[in-house]
Design a protein around this ligand. Structure first.
Ligand code: C5J
Length: 225
């Protein structure tokens, strides 16, 4: 057991049973010309999370601990993309439309890939998800929860983008399923800095109602002992 300084209370990390979760660090969110940009967002706002995630990945890999990457993307026929998701708003391009990195948010297209700086290593889990949360519609038949339980994972450390959308949704889903959750403050980012600040505050409010938060510096220093 390793105690990580965290808010609102220290987080007890159980070696080997704690997966690092990297949410949606895909070209479609982080690079110009992708889905995030099609919604009018400044994608450079997400870049601050890349170096902290890389440092956490190195720490997890050095210890042989489990790593799980997610990718938000849809089947090429868009059968898993409801109209309520595709048809909303006035984006410059919609999910499935061709863009500079291929069809937006479609599995197998270059834009759906994880950015090279954070590319999954052999043996790490890569979970494609059609929604915001990582437990909904993933790893069927069976489901992600069952796979995690089968691997003995009880603790999840959250990173990735965007804080208030897919990271927050996934952490809330995980909390409902009984996982001990930590979010790493500088290893997550939003197109809207204010939304990141408030999302972090909501997750840890009321005695850590969804989980705890820490920084990559605090986490890595505690691991190094
Ligand atoms: C969004 C995500 N923002 N990964 N997806 O649509 O947060």
């Amino acid at each position: 057991m390793t105690k990580i300084p965290a808010r609102p209370f220290d987080y007890t990390l159980t070696p080997g049973r704690t997966a690092l979760v990297v949410i949606d660090m895909q070209r479609d969110f982080v690079e110009p010309g992708g889905f995030g940009a099609s919604l009018g967002n400044d994608v450079t706002r997400l870049h601050s999370a890349i170096a902290p995630i890389a440092a956490l990945l190195a720490a997890w890999r050095a210890r042989g601990w489990p790593v799980l990457h997610t990718r938000e993307c849809h089947r090429p026929d868009l059968s898993d993309c409801p109209p309520a998701k595709r048809e909303r708003g006035e984006p410059s391009l919609r999910i499935g439309d061709p863009g500079p990195m291929g069809r937006l948010l479609v599995a197998g297209e270059p834009g759906a890939d994880i950015i090279p700086a954070l590319a999954p290593a052999a043996g790490e889990w890569v979970i494609d998800k059609p929604g915001k949360g990582m437990f909904w519609g993933t790893c069927l038949p069976g489901g992600l929860h069952e796979r995690l339980l089968g691997a003995g994972i009880t603790h999840l450390v959250f990173t990735g983008v965007t804080t208030e959308v897919c990271v927050q949704t996934s952490m809330r889903e995980a909390n409902d399923r009984g996982y001990e959750c930590l979010i790493v403050e500088d290893a997550t980012a939003s197109y809207f800095p204010e939304f990141k600040r408030v999302a972090l505050a909501m997750l840890v409010a009321q005695g850590g109602i969804i989980g705890c938060s820490s920084t990559s510096r605090e986490l890595l220093a505690a691991l190094e002992g």
